[in-house]
Design a protein around this ligand. Structure first.
Ligand code: ATP
Ligand code: MG
Ligand code: MG
Ligand code: MG
Length: 442
């Protein structure tokens, strides 16, 4: 017999008792290899709620809820990158040292580069970023025409950096996910336009996530190039110091200033206010730095070879996840940007043996009808079947993981007409709604 297609198969109920989300704070105590300093809120909350588990310094197990959230974040990033013409690729993480020696970054990167040798004694590194690799790809292409530019290639892959101080959980790992995009343009002017459109896409991405983000002038570091901006989420634990003018649009990372000055270099009158930020994205206008070295050229309108103008654009995918938790959450529980919450709804049936016990059936029916009536909630509704626990205890767990909506099915569900208690995380409101009211809300 034919197997039903996945979309037609009925979705199994997600039971809290079966979800793998081990609260793992106490587990790490004995093992010094695992005993990370709990230095920030997002790391503590993510370990308490069973979202991540430390493996070795700067490396984590991403547990199911994290993977779900990451997949959602990747989807939003894909939408924004593809809306400006980005095409997704996937490049090797194992990179030949030859490329890095050619760009002279083999030495420049110092200890941050994870280096290894293959069986033939050839040098390799684990990619911390991919300017060399992607430019080589373009250089290999003999017949790239100006008609194919701008070309925007991006990937979302693991990056490896031997950070001097991996810390703050997913905020600074040694192995982490980055979205890195590389652009190839016919001229400096065209490259600036591409640069601008990527910055706008970043701004749009953070707006969709509901995260306040500031775009500041930044240093180009060892990537090199002429123009650069960082996208920073204001937060006290942020490691970057930002200067923002109170009177005009000027904003910059302190690293770009030769001395610390207090008057705005742009309007000359405004005072600069200092704050801290978490760098979640970084854009660079590279010019011909890499395309010249690797001879990445295209044939121009006169059918002559011409060196491409390049840009590169990073987003810290795992860092965005942790930074969102860091800036949105309370000390007691995680608050997510709605778009990337691992699950949208949690339904709580009454405690076994309580007066409202019979409402358990209504709760189960509710879970099924939410998934069946509202397609966007398919696979998004969790049923907290741990009915030996009080509602209060389960509510506390729900609040720790941070579902955008929690529905308590109690005595009200047995009345005529039935009502449900709904807690909306974003507004902090509690409402008593009929089933139709509930479907409208969700
Ligand atoms: P930082 O200043 O925080 O060390 P960076 O300037 O070295 O970051 P970039 O080379 O600009 O980082 O990389 C692009 C993006 O990758 C950063 O904006 C950040 O969001 C993310 N990122 C960089 N290093 C890490 C890391 N160790 N862990 C998680 N994300 C990172
Ligand atoms: Mg760094
Ligand atoms: Mg930086
Ligand atoms: Mg940077």
């Amino acid at each position: 017999p034919a197997t039903p297609s996945p979309s037609r198969r009925s979705q199994p109920t997600l039971l809290v008792s079966r979800l793998y989300q081990p609260a793992n704070l106490r587990d790490v105590g004995q093992d010094s290899r695992l005993s990370v300093e709990m230095t920030c809120k997002s790391q503590r909350l993510m370990q308490q709620a069973g979202l991540i588990h430390p493996s070795n310094p700067g490396c984590y197990y991403y547990l199911p809820a994290t993977v779900r959230s990451m997949e959602k974040l990747v989807r939003v990033i894909d939408q924004e990158m593809q809306a400006i013409g980005g095409q997704k690729i996937d490049m090797p993480s194992l990179c030949s040292a030859d490329l890095w020696k050619t760009s002279e970054r083999w030495d420049l990167m110092g200890k941050e580069l994870f280096r290894l040798k293959d069986r033939h004694d050839a040098d390799y590194c684990l990619g911390p970023t991919h300017e060399e690799v992607v430019t080589t790809l373009i250089a290999h292409q003999a017949n790239l025409s100006y008609k194919q530019l701008p070309l925007l290639l991006y990937q979302i892959t693991r990056k490896f950096r031997d950070e001097p101080k991996p810390k703050f959980g997913l905020l600074r790992g040694r192995e982490f996910y980055m979205k890195d995009m590389y652009s190839f343009d016919v001229s400096e002017e065209a490259a600036y336009q591409t640069y601008e459109s990527v910055c706008q896409a970043y701004t749009q991405l953070f707006a969709r996530l509901g995260l306040r983000c500031v775009q500041v002038q930044a240093d180009t570091g060892n990537i090199g190039g002429k123009l650069s901006h960082e996208f920073q989420l204001p937060a006290d634990i942020g490691e970057d110091r930002l200067l923002v003018c109170g009177s005009c649009s000027f904003s910059a990372n302190v690293e770009t200033m030769s001395s610390d000055i207090s008057a705005c270099p742009q309007c000359k009158t405004g005072t600069l206010v200092e704050s801290k930020g978490i760098e979640v994205g970084h854009t660079f206008y590279l010019g011909k730095k890499y395309s010249h070295i690797f001879k990445a050229s295209f044939s121009n309108a006169q059918n002559k070879p011409s060196i491409a103008e390049m840009g590169c654009f990073g987003l810290g995918v795992t860092r965005i996840l942790a930074a969102a938790i860091e800036v949105m959450s309370t000390e007691e529980g995680i608050r997510w940007p709605g778009l990337i919450a691992p699950y949208q709804v949690c339904v709580l049936p009454p405690k076994k043996g309580s007066k409202a016990d019979e409402a358990g059936v209504v709760a189960e029916e509710l879970v099924h009808s939410l998934g069946n009536t509202l397609p966007h909630l398919r696979g998004e509704v969790v049923f907290d079947d741990r009915t030996q626990m009080t509602i209060g205890k389960r509510l506390k767990d729900a609040s720790r993981l941070g579902y955008p909506y929690v529905i308590v099915v109690g005595q009200g569900a047995l009345e005529d007409p039935p009502t449900f208690e709904v807690m909306c995380q974003q507004t902090g409101e509690t409402m008593f709604l009929s089933k139709d009211g509930l479907l409208d809300l969700l």
